[in-house]
Write a protein that binds this ligand. Structure first.
Ligand code: ADP
Length: 746
């Protein structure tokens, strides 16, 4: 078999070639077919770590028995195949200088044949590459380490060919852009993920800048393949050729979404904090707790102290300079407390450079030191001048009111929102002979209230406090001589804009004399009733008797006189019973005697009765309901109500001739209305006519007889029936009174 590159047998004895080979920069040796080293040059010996004598003429495997297993098969295959064997970075375990080493060679085993084609020699050419291999593997290790480092720091790497714009990148870069790691999106695809504004304003700008400076850096926002919004940061370097043309760009890329989010959140928080601080108008500073030096002043701090934060530099002992002399002790005491508790708080006056003064409130907290730093006090100040002035004004006006309250002979008291009484004027103390503290102590005031009224008093007061309704109560208070007098207590809530009670202001007026007079009056009425009733009943009896005896007499004067006497006696009887009713109403003794009855019948009968005695007016009646209406009420009292309304309608419409009565049902109530076309009333009078003894004052009314008690009784009767009475009226046009009662249902 022919060798590919048969090397002619060369005589190594030929001095020239021997010399050349001996000094060649690679290892060279010539070995016979039975592995006897015939020649080895200097480098080969150096690689082998042997002298020429140790190897020349010796069997290679006697010299390096450790290589026998590895090399003999190799040599034999070369001999057989007649082809040279190339081995790059071929590793051999060699004992060199007495030490086993892993050694790397780029080497060639070449078979040499004679002209007849017979095998003659092995030529070995070897170049040691151990060092290069080691470096290579180190580079590989480094690369691996870098890869691990970048992956664990969530950093992707990329490499851009600046001629072709071909991009090579790590799998993690695909992940950042929302692709599977094995997918390799192109530069164009990746670019499309970056938000349009950022692409133009940030990425393209950074790219053209990189071509000038060699550094490519930016932060931009993108929407990844899954539509997730992310922030990325890239940092790259441009490589230029000798002509200054960019050839390649290498860089790293990171997903900084979380950082950005927290940055934005932080910005937001800072903004919120600043806004909150602005709103509170707090000035901030830090302070060394030992030297009391201050630093890190906020602009607002300086503003409060009257400095321009932009142009002026501030002394760290600003407080000492400005504190008002009267407050130095306050400050020392506050600092002492701060040392013990960690909290600094005081209010002080400060004097500004222009001589004016201000009130400030200072609050500080001792911050525990972090490692490597010192403890400090974080402080705030607030300008409270306005508040102080306001407090002073309030204080002065309160003093004024207290003075006024004390000067009043009436009892004045103030209660808090929850109903607790916290102030009593001097008159209270003078009356009761107690001192202020005795009153203010837990419900101390109730002690002077008569035991009979105490329970109801507390109940009513609690009701007012709960409902924010004015308080109105009559009770007896014990004076310093242990005697009780009647008082009328009233209290009104003082509300803020939102309707919350700020305070209750109450007064108690001595009504003892009034009460006494009233009961005397009631006693008198009762007595008068009694005394009047007997003779009037007697007169009535005699008139009726006379009428029976002489009612059909020819003597018109006599008959008319008897009728007039009877009418007037009837009126007198009604008046007396009205007066009796009033005293009964006031003492709460007007009983109702309820039963079911037909309201329709009651109305028609009452109209008939009135018609019999009053002929001056037509009274027409309209039933605006199909059928009868039954109510459950005191029949006599309801008759009294209608009677009253009808007689009033007639009395107050002297110029008209008619009165209309209607009966109807509305929302489950029976309503009776009495309409007249008389003198009518003003709107403001309408509310008062149901009050006791109220009479409309006017020229017209003065000509009408009456006491102003009829409607008061009507109202009381209707109230006690859970019914209603009301009126519509217009001056000179007439009035319409209505009363309503719940319908009775079985
Ligand atoms: P009096 O005894 O004065 O009638 P009332 O209590 O019945 O007392 O009425 C109170 C006041 O109401 C009357 O004085 C009168 O001014 C007014 N009043 C009552 N009814 C009418 C009416 N139908 N038209 C006009 N005014 C009326």
């Amino acid at each position: 078999m022919e060798a590919d590159f048969p090397i002619p047998l060369i005589s190594l004895k030929d001095g020239f070639l021997e010399n050349v080979l001996e000094k060649a920069p690679f290892g060279f040796s010539l070995m016979s077919g039975d592995y006897v080293v015939e020649f080895a040059n200097d480098i080969w010996l150096e690689i082998a770590g042997k002298t020429r004598e140790e190897v020349t003429g010796k069997n290679l495997f006697d010299v390096f028995p450790e290589t026998k297993d590895q090399l003999i098969p190799l040599c034999e295959s070369v001999r057989q195949s007649r082809k040279p064997f190339h081995a790059p970075e071929f590793s051999i375990r060699l004992k060199r200088n007495g030490v086993f080493q892993e050694v790397y060679f780029n080497f060639i085993y070449h078979p040499v044949y004679n002209t007849d084609g017979d095998f003659q020699h092995f030529v070995t050419v070897a170049m040691e590459v151990t060092e290069m291999v080691e470096i290579k593997s180190k580079v590989k290790e480094d690369e691996e380490r870098l890869r691990l480092a970048t992956e664990s720091s969530q950093t992707a790497t990329w490499d851009l060919d600046m001629h072709t714009y071909e991009l090579v990148h790590s799998p993690y870069l695909s992940t950042i852009f929302g692709y599977e790691p094995e997918i390799k999106p192109s530069l164009k695809q990746l670019r499309n993920h970056i938000c349009e504004v950022d692409r133009k304003e940030i990425v393209d700008k950074a790219f053209s800048e990189a071509l000038e400076t060699g550094i490519y850096r930016y932060e931009a926002q993108l929407k990844d393949e899954n539509g997730v919004e992310k922030w990325i940061f890239t940092n790259g370097k441009v490589f230029f050729d000798d002509a200054g043309k960019p050839t390649r760009m290498l860089g790293v890329l990171q997903d900084i979404t979380e950082r950005k989010k927290s940055e934005i959140l932080l910005q937001h928080r800072n903004h919120q904090l600043n806004t909150a601080l602005d709103a509170t108008k707090l000035g901030i500073f830090d302070m060394n707790p030992i030297t009391l030096e201050k630093y890190n002043f906020s602009p607002r701090f300086l503003e409060i102290f009257g400095y321009d934060s932009k142009t002026e530099r501030i002394d760290s002992h600003i407080f000492e300079k400005h504190i008002h002399e009267n407050f130095c002790e306050t400050r020392v005491a506050a600092l002492q407390r701060a040392r013990e508790t960690g909290d600094l708080y005081y209010q002080t006056k400060i004097v500004l450079r222009d001589g004016s003064d201000k009130w400030i409130e200072l609050y500080g907290k001792l911050m525990q030191p972090l490692r490597g730093s010192e403890a400090y006090i974080s402080g705030t100040i607030r300008d409270i001048t306005e508040r102080k002035n306001f407090e002073r004004t309030i204080g002065e006006s309160e003093k004024k009111y207290r003075f006024l309250a004390d000067a009043m002979p009436q009892i004045v008291w103030i209660a808090e929102t929850d109903g607790k009484l916290t102030y009593f004027n001097k008159a209270t103390l003078d009356y009761s002979g107690k001192n202020y503290n005795e009153f203010v102590e837990e419900d101390g005031w109730i002690e002077i209230v008569h035991p009979d009224e105490q329970q109801e008093n507390i109940k009513q007061w609690e009701h007012s406090v709960a409902t924010k309704q004015p308080f109105n109560f009559e009770h007896r208070f014990r004076n310093k001589d242990n005697q009780y007098r009647w008082f009328l207590s009233r209290a009104f809530p003082d509300m803020d804009e939102e309707g919350n009670v700020k305070k209750w202001v109450g007064t108690s007026t001595d009504i003892n004399d009034m009460k006494k007079q009233e009961s005397q009056k009631n006693d008198f009425i009762k007595m008068a009733n009694h005394e009047l009733k007997t003779p009037v009943t007697t007169i009535k009896g005699y008139v009726q008797l006379l009428k029976k005896m002489r009612g059909d007499s020819e003597d018109k004067f006599l008959v008319n006189s008897l009728n007039t006497i009877e009418n007037q006696v009837n009126k007198l009887t009604a008046l007396i019973s009205d007066l009796l009713d009033i005293s009964r109403i006031e003492s709460g003794r007007l009983p109702l005697n309820r039963k079911e009855f037909s309201l329709l019948k009651l109305v028609t009968e009452t109209i008939e009765d009135i018609k019999a005695s009053e002929q001056s007016h037509e009274i027409d009646f309209e039933l605006k309901h199909p059928g009868d209406i039954t109510v459950y009420a005191d029949k006599e009292r309801i008759t009294q109500v209608l009677n009253n309304l009808l007689t009033n309608a007639i009395k107050y419409s002297p110029k008209s001739k008619s009165v209309s009565v209607a009966l109807f049902v509305h929302e489950e109530c029976a309503i009776v209305s009495v309409r007249d076309y008389g003198i009518g009333m003003d709107q403001e009078e309408l509310n008062k006519i149901f009050e006791r003894f109220y009479r409309v004052s006017g020229e017209d009314e003065e000509t009408f007889p009456g006491f102003g008690i009829g409607l008061f009784i009507v109202k009381d009767i209707m109230d006690r029936h859970q019914g209603k009475v009301w009126v519509e009226s217009e001056k000179n046009k007439g009035s319409e009174f209505h009363f309503s009662l719940p319908i009775f249902k079985n």
